[in-house]
Design a protein around this ligand. Structure first.
Ligand code: GLA
Length: 377
């Protein structure tokens, strides 16, 4: 078979402005896509085989027959389960994949809570759609990437990261009602809300603590199970259905009650922040809500770490309007909302506090909302 040209697709990492651990509770999230992307170079090879390489793992290319993807799952290297899982999921859904060569190059820091794995799976997913299954709509593409991560890679994620990677647009935050977005007939489940900090003399600073988190570790799955148990005790389909914290008094176990309180209060924080941004108010007013979100993840949901707490506290002490950990927790990054002229001082303050606390030097960078996954012509 004559090979076509190698083409390139990209998909971004994300930071969530607010709405952590709400997605698998059918709740609300508000991410932006990062300008940092995973690149996927792909070409149909017609050989019935999938070849996957990664520039970050130059000595570990993987070759698997399309028909053997499911059976080989436990034998392939862990990193390759993300791209191979996407191919496997297309096959499982009845799409004919004639064989493909995939080369990956990731610029989203791994384990930083910035969703490098969804960037990877979504970059492969958009490539496969364009090459083999153009009828697949965005909603299904998100499900494919999500199933690949959950079922093939074994990372029990919600829908936040894949939705952000596919649906985000430059200059906007994505408001997503996760319950509504699982209904294929409901196209009002997401909304692009302008997020232009520059207009207000503000910047969003990311502080990567360098302490990597792993979703395939048990902490994330344990939190999910606790949320399910709390919802079951309250007799509701999901914690999304609980509107006030008073209703949580009926949960007997104090730990489950705190977990549920995080989800209920976080959902209401997302709605408040989304409403403020929609109305074009000064984003400085969301600062205290970011701080409250961090406290809730630290105290009620207990997924923060000493380094994340130090980063958030030092940023606020140095003048940030608000700061909070992002992503699943147990490591990763903090975001801080800062006046442009204070950005360097806030980053320095965090760096000094890290040095004094004996933590490794954090990586800091400013982000603006980037585009979702697409082919690069
Ligand atoms: C990880 C998961 C997401 C979401 C966040 C927490 O990033 O992949 O689905 O649950 O944690 O908000």
């Amino acid at each position: 078979m004559k090979r076509g040209p190698v083409q390139k697709w990209v998909a971004p990492g994300r930071v969530n402005i607010i709405g952590e651990h709400t997605d698998y509770n059918d709740g609300f999230v508000l991410p932006i896509a990062l300008p940092l992307v995973v690149e996927c170079f792909a070409v149909v090879n017609g050989s019935g085989q999938v070849r996957v390489g990664s520039r970050q793992r130059p000595r570990e290319p993987v070759l698997v027959a399309v028909g053997a993807l499911a059976a080989e799952r436990d034998r392939v290297p862990a990193w390759s389960r993300y791209p191979l899982g996407v191919v496997s999921e297309f096959v499982r859904r009845g799409h004919r994949i004639a064989g493909v060569d995939i080369e990956l190059d990731g610029a989203v820091p791994i384990g930083a809570g910035l969703s490098s794995s969804a960037a990877l799976s979504c970059a492969v997913a958009v490539a496969l759609r364009d090459l083999f299954a153009p009828m697949v709509v965005d909603r299904e593409l998100i499900d494919i990437a999500h199933a690949a991560e959950n079922d093939y890679a074994g990372a029990p994620t919600g829908l936040l990261d894949q939705s952000a990677a596919i649906l985000c647009t430059a200059g906007h935050a994505l408001f997503l009602d996760v319950r509504r977005c699982t209904d294929p007939d409901d196209d009002g489940a997401h909304e692009q809300i302008p997020f232009d900090l520059d207009r207000f003399g503000l910047e969003l600073l990311v502080i990567d603590t360098g302490q990597a988190h792993e979703l395939v570790d048990g902490g994330y799955a344990a939190r999910r199970a606790q949320c399910d148990a709390a919802a079951a005790e309250l007799g509701v389909p999901a914690l999304r259905d609980v509107e006030t914290v008073d209703a949580l008094e009926r949960i007997a176990d104090p730990v489950l009650r705190r977990r549920a309180r995080h989800v209920v209060t976080e959902n209401s924080r997302v709605l408040t922040v989304a409403e403020k941004l929609r109305n074009g108010v000064d984003p400085r007013s969301i600062g205290p809500i970011l701080n409250a979100g961090h406290a809730s993840l630290r105290d009620d949901f207990e997924v923060s770490t000493p380094a994340l707490d130090v980063a958030a506290a030092a940023a606020v002490e140095a003048g940030a309007h608000g700061a909070r950990m992002v992503g699943g927790g147990f490591g990763g990054s903090v975001i801080a909302l800062v006046d442009c002229e204070r950005t360097a001082a806030v980053a320095d303050a965090v760096r000094n506090r890290f040095a004094r606390a004996g933590f490794a030097d954090p990586r800091t960078f400013v982000v603006v909302p980037g585009a979702g996954a697409h082919r690069v012509d």
